[in-house]
Design a protein. Sequence first.
Length: 571
Amino acid sequence: MLLKFLESFEDYVFVVSFFEKNELGKIKYYKRKLSFLKSFVWERLGSDDKKEINYSEKFWDKNLISKFEEFKKFRTIKKFKSKIISYILNEILGFKIDIDFEKLNFDISTLSDLKNINHEFFISLHDLLRKEGYYISYHLLFEKFYQIANFLINFKYGKGFFYEVYGFYSFIKKELRGRGVNFVESGSVLRFDRIIENICFIVREPNFCPVKFLQSIEVSFEIDRMISIEKEKIFIFKTNLCKVPLIFVISEDYLPYYVYFLFNGRYFPDNFIKHTNDELESFLSKWRELKIYSLDSFFDYLGVNPIPPELVDYPNIFEIAKQDDFQDLVNFEDIKGDLHVHTNFSDGRNTLEEIVKYCKKKGYEYVGISDHVDYFLERAEEYANLRELDGLRIFWAVEENIDPNGDLFSDKNQQAMELVKKLDYLNLSIHSDFKLSEELNFRRLKNALEKQKGLILCHLTTRVLGIRDPINLSNEKIFEIFDYANSKGKFIEINSHLDRLDIDYQLIIDYRLLKNREINIVINTDAHSLEQLDYMEWGVKWARKAFVKKNNVLNTKSLAIFLYSILSKYP
Ligand SMILES: [Zn+2]
Ligand SMILES: [Zn+2]
């Protein structure tokens, strides 16, 4: 019920944001809060004690409730209905009329309901239009309306940022694993596309029934549409919980499907059928002709080294793969620590002890605790001398905001200044004044790199995917910052937070092409909770998409090297 409620609001916010450009920022903010709320609900539903959940107010913490209330007040469903009908009539069909929509007999509360608008609605709308002097045939009105409705519905489904589909994707994967289903992944998520277009699982069990599987999942799970291609055993679901289609392929002979979806799967859901009718079939028959039985023999046949999934869409990758075996690219196993982690000393959710335990489990040698400076001041005395916990080396840092002049809080506050002297390093981030000119942004970042303890420039462009644009700074200027950081022995962060993924991998590629050298990289999660420490895996994938090598990544260095050859320069 609650999920349903959230879903309908999501549709509604989407539609409003589609029409009211001037309020985009505000709406995007709410939209983001909403997806946060949803993932929160999701998390609870996915947990083992899901039977005990009740949806009382206690379920939410105070902060969440107030955000939610704020969101609910934002618009009414009634207004949403009027908006969408007006838009279609005025902007698309060109009827410049004011209609009292309360008189019309229709009931839509979500975008998907547009498909189900009843005939009475069209009859009364048609009558109203005639009275106003507009003549349009009933059928044309009907047809136009559905065209537009379909456009809007498909606009909503079809693509999403990874952070928007991550909850759903992880949930399905966890359920499959939990039931011992033998599967491999392919398609958009496996490539880690910038925009995710599908979630594709290839199940290697002939008797697996995706419909039963989905029905057996104990959550409010509405299958919006299901396309089944029986002959090839491909099932495509659109659900109320995810923006992109969920694809199941059932085959013991999984390899050709894996390759097909990995290399070729750039589809929108609606033209997928067309593709499967011709291209997939000819691909499969070609594959069978060639008698290829392993992935290695597939690459052998092409005369190239095996190409990692996240690189298959790189231009010229087949040419590159003739020479490069990709063995020196950074791997998750190379990561020795995470140097940007928040605890409940500031806005993180977990305690230091919980974080240490989780990092140990990941096989790290060290962790850099990097809370926001003003919060950490109170706790510093208590903790800053703690060097090790449970055998994990702890580095103490703070994340400092770079003000418009490039100065930090600790430049102006005596107590913070004293604290910083005792710390191992500083993480430098822009958290305010996002609208400065390019010149000022360049100057502030350059100034920040002068700070003695500053080691890492975090989430440099400050973008939040789909929500906040990067700061005003051209690639040329960003490259100058990279150069300057290199010359000072400082590091540029790949922030693995799924809604940031900042810096973009394309920047790393472009810098290399232009300058023929590498950036000093560090891959951090900026985790605010234990689960977010898992984002490291995605940060590494992001780096690999830019061919980042292990050697160029700070946090692949062993504790001894990090301590004695790097930190020793930051007394
Ligand atoms: Zn930050
Ligand atoms: Zn942070």
